[in-house]
Write a protein that binds this ligand. Structure first.
Ligand code: MLT
Ligand code: MN
Ligand code: ZN
Length: 310
């Protein structure tokens, strides 16, 4: 199975359009050594040439498609005028940065195959009614993601199995359950290649270290997890938010109960990658001491175009 990182940034991307933080301003000016990143999404294929599954639909999906030949149309019948290698879309949550790209995929002749949990489907038909809007274009062929550990495949991408783990993160601000979260607002995904038996655990929003999360991380050959913030008070200290990382469902990397400490408990062979990196996070600066600290813990920072073969 091949995983292509289409976008590695959190909501807003890097640089963010209105942000003058050290990272965003330094990237524009060329004074900070860092790579721009689009908002987070990955593409999963059973084989490098075949169709695949889009995990989350970033507002940047059109840019990502232009940047990644793997997402270009390649019809079996060369005379066909429309084609996409995107066999379906699987959503981890209903947040703006993970679902807005759905409307950019509306120019289809047939409904878009879409997998999401019931709470996310509710958000996307109430607070942010994207599925209703899409109903006026291609429509969606919605499949329910169960939270009982049932595995599912996306037709056309045989050999890749998905399994959801409900996460204690946070629903979007427009969700009916923003303040009283329900299981399924956010999920992590175990993505397994049935031939190699190897798997990725994908969780761009991860706010807790529950036993189930720890088990899922330990069971995977590679983990690609929440890299949003370095410190819990990152946005508060910069004066750009009153919310702490944990309050909005993101485990910060630093500290005795942070992501680095959690990843340190994994088997030595597990590949560890951070994704959904906020533009304020010092790890985006390739010369930052925080980046060197990640390297000492053998933790990678995802960037657009990163490939992982499992
Ligand atoms: C999040 O991951 O917490 C949200 O996507 C934040 C946002 O971009 O609105
Ligand atoms: Mn986000
Ligand atoms: Zn910034």
């Amino acid at each position: 199975m091949r995983i292509t990182v289409l976008g590695a940034a959190a909501g807003g991307g890097f640089p963010q359009w209105n942000c003058h933080c050290r990272n965003c301003a330094g990237l524009r000016a060329g004074t900070v050594r860092a790579k721009p990143r689009t908002q987070s999404s990955i593409f999963v294929q059973a084989r490098a040439e075949g169709p695949g599954v889009l995990i989350n639909a970033s507002p940047d999906v059109l840019t990502q498609i232009r940047q990644q030949p793997v997402l270009w149309p390649r019809p079996a019948d060369a005379a066909a005028q429309r084609h996409t290698p995107i066999a379906g879309v699987v959503l981890c949550d209903g947040q703006v940065d993970h679902v807005t790209g759905l409307v950019m995929l509306r120019e289809r002749g047939v409904p878009l195959p879409l997998w999401c949990t019931d709470p996310v489907a509710e958000d996307l038909t109430t607070g942010y009614p994207l599925l209703n809007v899409l109903g006026h274009y291609c429509g969606v062929d919605r499949h329910r993601i169960a939270l009982d550990g049932t595995r599912f495949e996306v037709p056309g991408v045989e050999g890749v199995q998905f399994r959801a783990l409900a996460l204690d993160s946070k629903a979007a601000p427009y969700s009916p359950h923003r303040e009283a979260g329900v299981p399924g607002d956010n999920i992590g995904l175990e993505i397994r290649d049935t031939h190699s038996g190897r798997s990725l655990f994908y969780a761009p929003g991860l706010g807790e270290r529950s036993p189930a999360v720890i088990d899922a991380l330990h069971a995977a050959d590679a983990v690609m997890v929440d890299g949003t913030f370095w410190t819990d008070d990152e946005m508060v200290r910069l004066g750009i938010s009153r919310k702490h990382a944990r309050e909005i469902g993101h485990l910060p990397q630093s500290g005795p109960d942070g992501m680095i400490a959690l990843l340190d408990t994994l088997p030595a062979a597990t590949r560890r990658v951070l994704i959904h990196i906020n533009n304020t996070n010092p790890i985006l600066d390739e010369d930052a001491p925080q980046r060197a600290e990640l390297a000492r813990h053998r933790i990678e920072v995802a960037e657009d175009g990163l490939l992982i073969d499992l």
